[in-house]
Design a protein around this ligand. Structure first.
Ligand code: HEC
Ligand code: HEC
Length: 201
């Protein structure tokens, strides 16, 4: 609850700051939007750092995922999905909608190029829990992700449990493969997978 309040307050400030450059960039009908400069992207990325962290560790890691070192195409698709409502989250939707279309790729590339932050999650059990072999065709053998799949190695345990449950419940339906796969597992099986994956480097 508290973290949701914090998110909402930060998001409101963020929207106010971003609204101004949007007009200056000339988005009136008939005018070409100016492509963002590296300085524009840096300034926008500073705003993301309010929640996702200035050094890659999010302000509230249980609800705000790591985006430093995440796969670039995944970052891009999530920003698109927050903008078009395929992925529903009031905070990220309002932030993503204040961005310009032309910001999305450079912002995704900016965060993907950062190092994945070190975590202090407890060590993984030696034996991977049941079901994890089903994930590797997409998330890859080391769970670092790939062209169309997010990195899940070292994502926060609480964030991941919630993400997996929201696919299983069909609250998050922006990828129907993940919905089908998460429905195959019980809460405790998903919990064991999240614990194992959170501990991977
Ligand atoms: C007010 C806090 C806040 C700010 C500012 C913010 N985010 Fe987020 N972001 C969140 C939260 C909370 C989530 C998780 C939402 C959900 O569960 O769908 C999230 C999720 C994401 C995701 C999905 C990651 C994943 O692993 O699925 C991406 C990508 C993202 N944010 C990028 C950005 C970018 C880029 C910016 C700056 C333009 C930004 N965020 C600014 C709070 C914030
Ligand atoms: C058919 C390919 C595929 C398989 C198999 C698969 N995933 Fe995924 N997974 C994806 C894709 C694609 C996404 C991103 C979906 C989106 O756009 O939101 C994803 C997203 C996720 C996320 C959310 C990441 C985030 O940052 O929000 C988690 C957690 C996850 N998968 C875990 C698993 C686990 C655990 C398994 C195995 C039991 C698995 N996945 C199997 C393709 C797959």
């Amino acid at each position: 609850m508290l973290s949701r309040c914090v998110s909402t307050i930060i998001a409101a400030g963020f929207a106010a700051v971003l609204a101004a450059p949007a007009q200056a960039q000339g988005t009136q009908p008939g005018t070409q939007p100016t492509p963002p400069t590296p300085a524009d992207i840096e300034a926008k990325a500073q705003m993301c750092a309010a929640c996702h962290g200035a050094n890659g560790t999010p302000l509230d890691p249980k609800t705000m995922p790591n985006i430093w070192g995440q796969q670039p195409y995944y970052i891009l698709t999530q920003l698109v999905h927050y903008r078009n409502g395929m992925r529903e989250n009031p905070v990220m939707a309002s932030i993503a909608k204040t961005l310009q279309q032309s910001d999305l790729r450079p912002l995704a590339a900016y965060f993907a190029a950062k190092p994945w932050p070190a975590s202090n999650a407890p060590a993984a059990p030696a034996e991977p829990p049941k079901g994890l072999t089903m994930c590797t065709p997409c998330h890859q053998a080391n769970f670092q992700g790939g062209i169309s799949w997010p990195r899940v190695a070292g994502l926060n345990y609480d964030y991941m449990v919630a993400a997996m449950r929201s696919f299983a419940n069909e609250e998050r339906t922006n990828n129907m493969d993940m919905v089908k796969i998460m429905k195959l597992f019980s809460d405790s099986e998903r919990d064991a997978m999240a614990r194992y994956l959170a501990a991977l480097k």
